[in-house]
Design a protein around this ligand. Structure first.
Ligand SMILES: [Fe+2]
Length: 398
């Protein structure tokens, strides 16, 4: 009887105190940063910094042009400063172009959160890191493009060390296998990439078809930040405009394994309407270079020939006619797991397509590749490489 009374008292005490759910379930680990910061949505005047903590918390970023930092930023919505467990997000604005900024993130647990009483724990801090904003005149930079990693990113650590001069990573789809739980996003993407490079260089995510599958896939957008808040967006880096497209699923929406939960034909139509407007904007038209990233090659055959699955065909039908008229210099893709370079073909595509390779049957085979893309005044120089750095094929675009 005494035990029941004690349990009842504890439950009532928790209800009254409003102690966060994670804590009240008996987790004893100290409050901490559980995933290092990772950079998102870099532009010449701003950046988004995200990280993870284990309990309910409020957070901020300290930043500045020296290691002493000096400025502080928080994130609020509708006047309320964020208080939540898990992923934390702060957006820095008003940054100077072409400038190195130092930062560290800070979080403190919100132990009690009531209408008239809030109790905080002690703050925890990350190490100090730095990043560089691009400027409108940045003509020379490079980036690394990956695809079809399928939740096995370990081999990438050596590549990030070897190719240390890159400015950002383009994660071009199926970086994760299916996303059954949010934890899959943390384990397969956020933790490894924040450890490898993303505390100092951002990654841009292109969603692949596998990243649409499973309950956790519906929560993926919570963990990244894009200029549109969607999986399709554009951004400017220096004098280059990037368009990132979302291919959706690879099979027809009525495929039995989607169980009535897919609506990608309509989605790709909406996206094509956005794309048609996007390529009319001065930011795109005035860019010196125009690069498109999409997980599925928008065309392997003339649009309409259903030779590579419904998703590829629908992307080709809807996106290729717009891209072909828009002066695109390069399209980066993946999905097939077979590395290929497709040169422009009359009536098919007016730009070269580099399809990165990927492991077959989950194994890191000789097909696995990455692409180093170097941009400068002379043009775009792409090196399709094996994971040991050996160049398989080069594409030069002037
Ligand atoms: Fe794929």
């Amino acid at each position: 009887m005494r035990r029941y009374i004690l349990s009842a008292i504890l439950i009532v005490a928790q209800l009254i105190s409003g102690i966060s759910v994670c804590r009240s379930q008996g987790a004893m680990a100290p409050f901490s940063i559980t995933c290092n910061p990772y950079l998102q949505n870099l532009n010449k005047n701003g950046i988004t910094i995200m990280w993870m903590v284990n309990y309910n918390a409020t957070s901020w970023v300290e930043y500045g042009k020296t290691e002493q930092r000096g400025s502080k930023a928080i994130h609020s919505q509708s006047g309320m400063v964020d208080v939540n467990p898990g992923v934390q997000k702060v957006i820095l604005t008003g940054l100077e172009p072409g400038t190195r900024y130092f930062y560290r993130v800070a979080s403190r647990e919100v132990k009690i959160h009531q209408a008239y009483k809030v109790v905080y724990g002690d703050p925890v801090f990350s190490d100090t890191y730095s990043f560089i904003t691009p400027s409108a005149s940045t003509k020379k930079f490079s980036f690394l493009a990956f695809n079809d990693i399928h939740s096995k990113p370990q081999f990438m650590e050596d590549i990030f060390k070897r190719e240390s001069g890159f400015s950002f990573a383009m994660l071009n789809g199926d970086i994760m296998g299916d996303i059954n739980a949010e934890e899959d996003i943390v384990k397969s993407m956020l933790t490894p990439f924040s450890n490898y490079f993303a505390t100092g260089k951002p990654f841009f995510l292109t969603r692949g078809n596998h990243e649409t599958r499973g309950a956790g896939a519906r929560l993926l957008s919570k963990y990244i930040d894009t200029p549109t808040g969607k999986y399709y967006y554009s951004f400017i880096y220096g004098t280059t405009c990037f368009i990132v497209l979302d291919c959706g699923e690879d099979k027809p929406d009525d495929n039995q394994y989607y169980y009535g939960l897919s609506d990608y034909d309509n989605y790709r139509s909406d996206e094509a309407a956005w794309l048609a407007l996007e390529v009319q904007k001065p930011a795109f038209k005035n860019a010196e270079h125009k690069i498109v990233c999409i997980h599925m090659p928008v065309t392997l055959k003339p649009p309409g020939e259903d030779i590579a699955g419904h998703g590829v065909t629908d992307c080709s039908k809807k996106f290729a006619p717009i891209l072909n008229k828009s002066g695109i210099d390069l399209l980066l893709a993946g999905h097939t797991h077979k590395f290929t370079v497709i040169q422009p073909q009359e009536g098919v595509t007016s730009f070269p397509v580099i399809v990165g390779g990927g492991p077959v049957s989950g194994k890191e085979t000789k097909n696995t590749t990455y692409t180093l893309v170097e941009v400068d005044k002379a043009g775009i120089h792409c090196s399709l490489k094996k994971i040991n750095g050996e160049v398989i094929e080069e594409v030069k675009i002037k």
